[in-house]
Design a binder for this molecule. Sequence first.
Ligand code: GLC
Length: 430
Amino acid sequence: MATSNSLYQRAIDVLKQNDRGTYSLPTHGLYPVQFNWDSAFAALGYRFINQHRAWQEVMQLASSQWPDGMIPHIMFRGDHDGYFPGPDIWNTGQFIETSGITQPPVLASVVRQLDEAGPYRDVNGMYDMLRRLVRWHDWFMKARLDPQSLGIQIIHPWESGRDNLTDWDQGMARVEIADLPPYTRRDLDHVDSSQRPTKEQYDRYLTLVKFGRDRHWPQAYLGQNSPFRMVDPGMTAFLLRANRDLIVLLNKYLPEDTDSIELIQSHINTLELGWINLWNPKVQAYTAYDPVLQQPIDSVSAASFLSCYASMHNDLHHGHLMDQFDRIANKVKFMVPSFDPEHADFDAKRYWRGPVWHVINNRIGLGFSEVGEHERAKRIRKDSEDLIAQSSFYEYFNPITGDGLGGKDFTWTASVYLDWVMQEADHGQD
Ligand code: GLC
């Protein structure tokens, strides 16, 4: 790729525009709050321009941890007026106002990347971070592990970070819409409704929030009893990888803490089995799984390709997975669509039902490079960069036309751009 100085500068400007001092917004306007995995990805970008600021971002995120170990999906800091659903709707009763669910655990993996770029200057702060990560990862096993498949389940589509993915439809159809007070969605003030979840989906999202709120957010109970439950290959792969990265950090900073190291190792062993169990022979891919009906969901999403990122070396199904990747790559101009473009429910514009998201591309691409799938990794990286060159730093993109969709000036899109461009500079590629 020809590194474009103006895009590089623009990426930095996007990060700065969304910087709120010690934390970042996904983008100003549409999302005036701190989101969990957005913040982790923000730090990934910051590590090239201001390492201290990158560390601040992740420390701030970890500081929102609940007493039970969960690091929540949204932190309401600063002026969050205009965000719906706000803290009153979640009503979590936490010291820092937050939502009542979690989001994909990429934090430990990013912390490891930050540490490689330049260790945190306060070693006690680093110990604190690692202890918090151990507690969060352990929380997942207590509150979100599906005992049947050994994969990680979500109790709200928003937990997956892939909100309206088609894979959740079957589980969402079981959610009986509660008697909700009238509400006004704020997302539609910023983005065309054809690119956002539907009204019926939104009613169900709020019904699930009400279910947790009415019970005061007992997370392990919700993990077993939420009206919506689905095992997510994304969450499973992110947590598996995050545990591997955490072990490396524990061995470096807290080698005497053998209890934590053994605990995390046992979680890795469980999640490896969980990942293998998500292999779906009918569609020849790792897929979501319905823990209520105890049946796999028969569709391929971008998360199916996170096997390499999860470091499932010697994956027996690697060849089949690459065939799936190539099949999809022949159907779209820009990889990786969030959902199978040959599926009847594919929608190139609607959020997680088809569009390309740079954060997923970044993680799939990293995994591919690590296992030597260089050509395919290159395709992902090039397509991602072409999308930005064509349409700028949007939230997500149409995989057929390359149009930018959703919010503009998106932090994580800018971060992923910096991550790739800087790595290419390091490796002397053009
Ligand atoms: C949407 C995305 C989610 C992201 C959030 C903020 O809800 O689905 O993954 O964290 O926006 O960018």
